[in-house]
Design a protein around this ligand. Structure first.
Ligand SMILES: Cc1cc2nc3c(=O)[nH]c(=O)nc-3n(C[C@H](O)[C@H](O)[C@H](O)COP(=O)(O)OP(=O)(O)OC[C@H]3O[C@@H](n4cnc5c(N)ncnc54)[C@H](O)[C@@H]3O)c2cc1C
Length: 414
């Protein structure tokens, strides 16, 4: 039987989910597979045609009540909660263009969640609302070239109070979306390292409009050989903003970053699951269609190993991520589960996409499939949002602590 030329999503209702979330997954799959995937060639080329298409698709998404799944209803979002969004994300991830079209694009989506939790009414009106309406985007400026991003306590960009203003000085890099952003959420050292308060209470996040004097984009750092990206190196030289741009109380910068990254890691991992799902689909179809050495690829046992190992990688990643989302949703401490998926899932994606590329031969590294982009994304994710090593150390520490406290690890607990 002939296999369809482009991948169509097979999504059926999941019995354990509510009717509402199942319907959302089905509606999302329809838009992604019928309107986004077939238009990826247009969506990948900046210009008028792309802008018009994005506008049309965004309008359709809004009319379908699928806009901003990460936000509560009172902020113009879907209000489907953490788990609902996680389940929707694996469908969105089938195309790298979906998140933008559905109004849930990092880093702005993470900044929005921080402002909803920590922001003042004035900040919400001035900075949050324009991003929800899709009029502005933002960036998150934490990592620095001269200090270890994996140890955010080492950051040295300072904010010093001068009258009713904060004065910010420092250098950041890998501030994604820096060039397009209307404002940056900047992680600043506001307390002396030997001053009052705990080691995690020395930083504060401050909003800096990107047209503030002293905010200078030095360059977009080339990533994987691509010059045109927007991961920016930025200097902050005597940047003055009103004290009212401080997000949350002084010293809460780490806590806000953890809030953002914890949930963000689940979304990233469901995003990885969705991408692996599509890579798997492409791999299986290629194996069924390609003839090599007098037989079909699917009949070669080494291909069968690749398919079977990929199936296991995807299913284990998916179940681990859903379990982690359930632990977070239950309100329990999910730090171990979050670190575990942050290590396991991008590595699994790396393996799955690698196999899919191999099975496609030269086509796998070409621009004719999304596999090359997925591969680079998976490799990058083993560093971004905290490198593998740091999360492995955290898992081991949490496990050892429990045993030292006289308990054993309970894998069944929610
Ligand atoms: C594409 C991309 C986009 C990004 N976007 C943003 C953004 O928008 N905003 C932002 O603020 N940051 C962003 N980052 C930065 C990212 O979060 C950091 O790169 C990450 O936290 C690691 O910090 P670092 O690069 O300074 O590595 P370092 O902290 O210098 O670590 C280097 C390496 O040391 C090893 N290592 C670290 N700790 C240990 C340990 N305890 N034991 C053993 N080995 C260890 C790991 O292998 C690690 O990869 C982005 C990064 C990338 C690649």
């Amino acid at each position: 039987m002939a296999i369809p030329a482009f991948a169509t999503l097979s999504v059926a209702p999941i019995p354990s989910l509510s009717d509402e979330v199942n319907q959302i997954r089905l509606d999302t799959a329809k838009i992604v597979s019928e309107h986004i995937i077939p238009n990826e060639a247009t969506l990948g080329v900046p210009g008028d045609e792309r802008d018009t298409l994005v506008h049309e698709l965004r309008t359709y998404v809004k009319e379908s009540n699928l806009w901003a799944p990460h936000l509560p209803v009172e902020y113009g979002g879907m209000g489907i909660g953490f788990l609902g969004h996680a389940y929707m994300n694996e469908i969105l991830a089938w195309s790298p263009y979906s998140n933008y079209i559905f109004g849930v694009q990092a880093p702005t989506s993470g900044n929005q969640s921080v402002l909803i939790k920590y922001g003042t009414e004035e900040q919400k009106k001035k900075f949050l609302e324009p991003t929800i309406r899709g009029e502005q985007t933002s960036c998150f400026s934490m990592t620095e070239p001269d200090n270890a991003g994996s140890d955010p306590r080492s950051l040295t960009t300072t904010a010093v109070q001068d009258g009713d203003e904060w004065v910010i000085n420092g250098r950041k890099w890998f501030t994604s979306n820096g060039q397009n952003a209307a404002w940056a959420l900047v992680m600043c050292r506001t307390e002396e390292s030997d001053g009052d308060g705990g080691v995690n209470e020395k930083m504060t996040q401050i909003i800096v409009p990107t047209d503030t004097p002293g905010f200078t984009i030095e360059r977009a750092v080339p990533v994987w050989g691509h010059e045109g990206g927007s991961h920016c190196e930025i200097t902050y030289k005597n940047v003055r903003v009103p004290l009212s741009n401080q997000v949350g109380s002084r010293g809460t910068g780490h806590a806000a970053a953890q809030d953002r990254l914890g949930a963000g890691r689940v979304y990233h991992c469901m995003n990885c699951v969705g991408q692996m799902w599509r890579a798997f689909d492409l791999m299986v179809k290629r194996a069924a269609e390609r003839k090599v050495h007098g037989g079909m690829l699917e009949d070669k046992q080494l291909t069968q190993v690749a398919i079977a190992d990929s199936y296991m990688d995807i299913q284990s990643s998916r179940l681990m991520t859903i379990h982690c989302a359930e632990v977070i949703d239950s309100g329990a401490d999910a730090r171990t589960e979050i670190s575990a998926i942050k290590v396991f899932v991008p590595n699994a994606m790396h393996r799955v996409v690698d196999r899919a590329i191999q099975i496609h031969g030269a086509m796998g590294v070409s621009g004719d499939t999304p596999l090359a982009g997925m591969y680079l994304g998976a490799r990058t994710l083993r560093i971004a949002d905290g490198p593998d090593e740091v999360h492995r150390i955290l898992i081991a520490k949490n496990v050892m602590k429990r045993y030292h406290d006289g308990m054993t690890w309970d894998f069944g607990v929610l």
